[in-house]
Design a protein. Structure first.
Length: 318
């Protein structure tokens, strides 16, 4: 695979296919190659909330799957809020800028598929005209969330390029699947504001009135706008965020009951029932299959404890 000679900043898509382990001690940005083959490259990317938010140019098509934290993605006139419930489709040749939200950083898996394989997966459309790349952001499924974390674990489980290639292609198939898009208007700014508030208070017992007050609309208006935009209630969305966070924390968790309470669940049973309902297996079964964690995930720290520093947009030459 050819490396891009374009200067880039290493976040989500932004980074071209420089598939070597890289980090920037000046900013705290970290990238780690999980898998690289003739079919594509998979990277683990981390941008702590106290770092300058990345910006730059995207020379290649990429898919970005956040698994911890949240961020805003700005490209052209579009602004999208990304978290573990979304997958970002980056079109080659675009300028972009990130913005941290809710004092959080973010961690993401970045897939840079070989262009010939991407053309095959997008048929009959070319990548630039595929509905997912035109929409820029789509919803993830619980299966995609689990497969993302399987990719993270494979990096520590030994050298099995066949398993990694198959898992990468399965995740691409899931992401590029035909989707039933939610009817209605594009996401409202009030919906994104509500999401940011939920990220900042993810594990706290907050009421609908508190969320509505924070975004300065009525509870009735917020409930209707959020459901029309996202196809799920605020409560269901918060549940997805908490369970996605559990996928990050479980591999290094010794006390599942304590984790359940920390995430805002009322009991071990409540947490286990919700986890099994969404992912199809119990928290203990998921943890048993994880082995030792690769590294701590900084962006998974509670947002309310994140450092708040100025966030200048910056470029760093590779």
């Amino acid at each position: 695979m050819q490396r891009s000679t374009t200067k880039q900043y290493g976040t989500s898509a932004l980074k071209g296919r420089a598939c070597s382990d890289r980090s920037s001690t000046a900013t705290g940005i970290r990238r780690r190659t999980l898998h690289s083959s003739g079919l594509g490259c998979v990277e683990d990317f981390s941008a702590p909330g106290y770092c300058p938010a990345p910006c730059g140019h995207s020379p290649e098509y990429q898919l970005v799957l956040p698994y911890a934290g949240a961020f805003e993605w700005h490209v052209g006139t579009k602004t999208m809020l990304l978290d573990g419930t979304r997958v970002l489709f980056v079109t080659a040749g675009e300028d972009y800028a990130d913005r941290h939200v809710a004092g959080c950083g973010h961690d993401s898996i970045i897939i840079t598929p070989r262009l010939s394989m991407l053309h095959e997966l997008c048929r009959p459309a070319v990548p630039a005209r595929h509905p997912s790349f035109r929409h820029v952001v789509e919803s993830t499924t619980p299966r995609m969330n689990l497969r993302s974390h399987r990719l993270l674990r494979l990096e520590a489980s030994g050298n099995d390029p066949l398993a990694r290639d198959e898992l990468m292609i399965a995740l691409l198939h899931d992401a590029l699947r035909p989707t039933q898009r939610i009817a209605g208007a594009p996401p409202l700014r009030v919906v994104d504001a509500a999401k940011q508030f939920l990220h900042a208070h993810l594990c706290e017992p907050i009421s609908l009135n508190e969320i509505a007050g924070a975004v300065q609309v009525s509870a009735a208006y917020l409930t209707d706008a959020f459901t029309r935009s996202e196809g799920m209630s605020l409560g269901r969305y918060r549940m997805r965020l908490r369970l996605n966070r559990a996928l990050v924390d479980l591999p290094r968790c010794e006390d599942i009951t304590g984790l359940a309470l920390d995430l805002g669940f009322s009991s071990h049973a409540h947490f286990s029932d919700a986890f099994r309902s969404l992912f199809g297996l119990s928290p203990s079964a998921f943890r048993a299959g994880c082995g030792k964690p690769r590294r701590a995930v900084r962006a998974a720290a509670p947002c309310t404890n994140a450092a708040h520093r100025p966030e200048p947009q910056a470029r760093i030459p590779t």
